[in-house]
Write a new protein. Structure first.
Length: 428
C-alpha cells in the first residue's frame, strides 16, 4: 500500500500561510499545537510525521521557519501519540555521531520503537557560521563525513546486543561481553563507544535520506531505508525512482526502500473550491519576500526581475554550484510551463517546486494512484500548504477514498515505524 508521512512545517508549506487570519502563527511555541497535528495524522493512520530542521535565522520579517528544536519536540509527541512514527532531521555536518545516536536511540525507547531520522549534510553558509565554520564545507567533504557519520551511528546502535541487559538483582545488571566498544578512528570522527543507551527497540531507528546529486543518490542507495524526493511531475518522479532503485540493486541491497516525493494538496468539494483555496494563499504572498526566496534557490539576486516578464535565462544544471535538486525542479517548471516571474513565484510558494495537486478528493486520489502504479512513488511526504486545515482536509476527505480503493490502511497493524513501512528489523 501507499506510505504517507505528514511533513510538519510552521503554519504550513505555503510561504504566506502565516498571514492568513486563521493561521496558528501565535501557537508555534506551544507544544499542544504540534500534538494536535500529530494526533490528526494518527487519526488518518499515516505512517509518520516528519520535521525538517535549519540551523540559522534569516529574513525574519518574511515569516516563521524554525521554532522548536525537532528532536526535543519528538519527546513530547511520543507521549501524545501511540502508533504513528516520528521522524526528525539530523545534520551530519553539525552533529557528532555519538550525540545523534544517543538522542535518536533514546527517542526510540521513549516512543516504543517509532523513531526515524533523516540525515542531511546541510547547505547554507549562515548555518555553518553558527557551528564554528567560516563557510559551509565543500560538497565532497560533507558527503564523506555523512557516510562516516551514518556508519559510526549504526555501529553504536549495534554496540549493545539485544539481550545485553540481564537485570539479575542477585548478579549482573548487564552482561559485560554483550556491550562492546566500537573503537572507531576515522577521517572525521574518533569514537570509542559503546553507546550509553541500550539497543533501540527497532534495532536501528529507520534511516531516511534525500539525495539529488550523484553523491547524494549513491549515499541514499547504499544506506537509506526510505528516501524523500523532490519531483515536480510524473516524468521527473519516474526518472528519479528508477535511478534510485537501480542504484540500490547495484549497491548489493535487496531490501525494499520506499521512495516518497513531497506532495502539496489543495482539497475541495469541487475543483473550483480547491483552486479558490490556492488563490487565497497566493494573494497573501509579498513579491519581495518571494523574490528573495527564489534568489536562495537559484543563487542570484532576483530583486530587480520584472514580475510580469518571462523568467531570465538561468545557468544549465551542470554549471550550477548550489544544491541541485530544487534547482533542477525550477528549470523543469520553466521549461514546461514557460511562466512569468510572478507565475513562477506562485508555483514555488507552496513546497518550493514539489508536486502540487489541486482538486476534489477523487481527483487527487486518482493522481496519487497513477504515480504509485507507474513507478513514480511508493508513497508521499504530505506538505499541506496551510496547517491545521490542510492535513484535516486530507485526512477527512482523501484518506477515505484511498482506503476504499485498497491503497491505504484502515487501521494500524504494527506498533513500530519499521512495521508501518514494511522494513525488516536489523539483527546484531
Amino acid at each position: 500500500m501507499l506510505h504517507l508521512n505528514l511533513f510538519i512545517f510552521a503554519c504550513g508549506h505555503h510561504r504566506a500561510a502565516w498571514r492568513h487570519p486563521d493561521s496558528p502563527v501565535e501557537r508555534l511555541g506551544d507544544i499542544s499545537y504540534y500534538e494536535e497535528l500529530a494526533r490528526s495524522a494518527e487519526r488518518g493512520k499515516l505512517d509518520a510525521i516528519f520535521f525538517a530542521d535549519g540551523q540559522s535565522v534569516d529574513n525574519i520579517g518574511d515569516g516563521p521557519r524554525w521554532y522548536l528544536e525537532p528532536l526535543t519536540t519528538m519527546a513530547a509527541l511520543a507521549r501524545a501519540t501511540s502508533r504513528i512514527g516520528l521522524i526528525s532531521t539530523v545534520s551530519s555536518t553539525f552533529f557528532t555521531p555519538f550525540h545523534a545516536a544517543r538522542m535518536v536511540a533514546s527517542l526510540d525507547h521513549i516512543s516504543g520503537g517509532r523513531m526515524g531520522w533523516n540525515v542531511v549534510t546541510s547547505m547554507f553558509d549562515a548555518e555553518a557560521r553558527n557551528h564554528g565554520y567560516e563557510s559551509m564545507p565543500g560538497h565532497d567533504w560533507r558527503y564523506a563525513r555523512a557516510e562516516e557519520f551514518v556508519d559510526v551511528a549504526l555501529r553504536l546502535f549495534d554496540s549493545w546486543d539485544e539481550d545485553a541487559l540481564s537485570i539479575d538483582r542477585g548478579g549482573f545488571y548487564g552482561v559485560p561481553d554483550r556491550v562492546r566498544k566500537i573503537g572507531h578512528h576515522g577521517e572525521h570522527f574518533l569514537v570509542d563507544g559503546p553507546l550509553t543507551v541500550p539497543r533501540p527497540p527497532q534495532g536501528h531507528p529507520v534511516l531516511f535520506q534525500a539525495g539529488a546529486s550523484d553523491q547524494g543518490r549513491d549515499l541514499a542507495a547504499r544506506r537509506a531505508e526510505a528516501i524523500y524526493a523532490v519531483a515536480y511531475d510524473l516524468p521527473a518522479a519516474q526518472a528519479y525512482y528508477r535511478d534510485i532503485k537501480q542504484r540500490v540493486l547495484a549497491a548489493g541491497r535487496k531490501a525494499f526502500v520506499p521512495i516518497m516525493p513531497g506532495l502539496v494538496t489543495y482539497v475541495g468539494s469541487t475543483e473550483a473550491e480547491a483552486r479558490a483555496k490556492q488563490r487565497e494563499l497566493d494573494e497573501l504572498l509579498p513579491a519581495d519576500a518571494s523574490l528573495r526566496q527564489l534568489g536562495m534557490f537559484v543563487l542570484q539576486d532576483c530583486s530587480a526581475w520584472e514580475l510580469d516578464a518571462p523568467v531570465p535565462p538561468l545557468p544549465p544544471l551542470p554549471e550550477f554550484k548550489g544544491p541541485k535538486g530544487r534547482y533542477a525542479t525550477i528549470l523543469r517548471i520553466i521549461e514546461t510551463e514557460r511562466p512569468t516571474v510572478r507565475e513562477l513565484l506562485g508555483r514555488l510558494a507552496a513546497g518550493g517546486g514539489h508536486c502540487t495537486m489541486v482538486g476534489t478528493p477523487e481527483q487527487i486520489a486518482d493522481r496519487m494512484e497513477h504515480w504509485y502504479r507507474n513507478e513514480g512513488a511508493d508513497g508521499f511526504n504530505l506538505m499541506p500548504p496551510s496547517l491545521p486545515g490542510g492535513i484535516d482536509d486530507f485526512v477527512e476527505h482523501v484518506i477515505p477514498v484511498l482506503q476504499r480503493r485498497g491503497l491505504f490502511r484502515k487501521e494500524y497493524e504494527y506498533a513500530t515505524l519499521r512495521g508501518h513501512l514494511g522494513l525488516e528489523t536489523p539483527r546484531r
